[in-house]
Design a protein. Structure first.
Length: 56
């Protein structure tokens, strides 16, 4: 059985600040304060390979 709450939201990664929310209203308040779930704050992956040569 899936249980959505309680939910842990973090700010600043695993070592940062954590907030436990118990319902939708608390989650909305935490998200406006900059908190998110660990998997959500994934940055765009870096482009791989060599950079292009500058055109002359």
């Amino acid at each position: 059985m899936f249980q959505e709450f309680p939910k842990g939201l973090c700010k600043g990664g695993v070592e940062g600040e954590w907030r436990i929310v118990l319902n939708d209203d608390e989650e909305a308040d935490a998200r406006t304060a900059g908190f998110s779930a660990l998997g959500e704050d994934v940055q765009e992956p870096k482009k791989r390979g060599r950079p292009r040569k500058a055109e002359q």
